[in-house]
Ligand binder design. Structure first.
Ligand SMILES: [Zn+2]
Ligand SMILES: [Zn+2]
Ligand SMILES: [Zn+2]
Ligand SMILES: [Zn+2]
Length: 239
């Protein structure tokens, strides 16, 4: 059987997850079924409505599991449906959206790093050396405006992207890598030799993993302030 028989009639991707069907038995992938029902559209094959209660096509799902489907990013690897999603989430050729708001550019992680390095995003992405000290005004906690900033931290061919946001009396910092992960160390320093250290591991851009974020609440920033600022150092090492 040609693997094209498993392509969803709407998105043309192989139906590797749950496969649903209309009352006439025409298949559709789960994502497209949700979108189609939200728009109150009918089955693209027979124009009939989809049943109110979703109907799985388990026979087709079982058949699909005996086959291999190509990675949609074109890396040349092929996988069983149950392994395909996991691979596509991690494939090194996958396309990721540029983290700058409103920038429509998509590219591989390698490509995005270069995209952020060129001066296209001059003014939106600032560049920092591998270890640096940042100073923040404590008044930034009280601003109602959500101020999100991106900082590209570089050393030779290594790079980490830091996303910085003041919101709801909280400073949130998240650290992402482009190829290999790093261990970050963030150290708040205050008067009388006080220190507060956060360490963790960077995450991949777009991934949603715990540990790659540091939350500094207003009370902590204020406690470590010197004059009207608090400051911290950041450094990174390979893991
Ligand atoms: Zn689909
Ligand atoms: Zn149909
Ligand atoms: Zn792939
Ligand atoms: Zn961009």
């Amino acid at each position: 059987m040609p693997s094209g028989a498993f392509d969803c009639p709407i998105c043309f991707e192989p139906m590797a997850g749950h496969i649903f069907q209309c009352k006439e038995g025409h298949p559709i992938c789960g994502e497209c079924l949700t979108k189609t029902k939200t728009r109150h559209d009918n089955c693209p094959s027979c124009r009939g409505p989809f049943p109110a209660e979703d109907m799985r096509n388990r026979g087709m799902e079982q058949l699909a599991e005996t086959m291999h489907f190509d990675c949609r990013w074109g890396c040349g690897a092929s996988w069983r449906p149950s392994e395909l999603e996991e691979h596509c989430r991690n494939c090194e050729l996958r396309q990721v959206k540029c983290p700058v708001q409103d920038c429509p550019h998509r590219g591989t992680l390698f490509d995005l790093r270069q995209h952020l390095e060129v001066d296209l995003h001059h003014g939106q992405v600032c560049h920092l050396p591998w270890s640096s000290r940042l100073h923040m005004k404590t008044s930034a906690f009280s601003r109602n405006l959500v101020a999100m900033k991106l900082k590209l931290i570089r050393h030779e061919d290594m790079a980490v992207l830091m996303r910085q946001e003041f919101k709801d009396n909280m400073l949130t910092l998240s650290f992402s890598h482009f190829d290999l992960p790093f261990k970050y160390t963030l150290k708040l320093t205050g008067g009388r030799d006080r220190e507060c250290i956060f360490t963790g591991r960077t995450k991949e851009l777009e991934a949603n993993e715990g540990g790659a974020m540091v939350w500094i609440p207003k009370a902590l920033g204020t406690d470590f302030r010197v004059n009207d600022e608090f400051s911290f150092t950041m450094s990174f090492e390979a893991v």
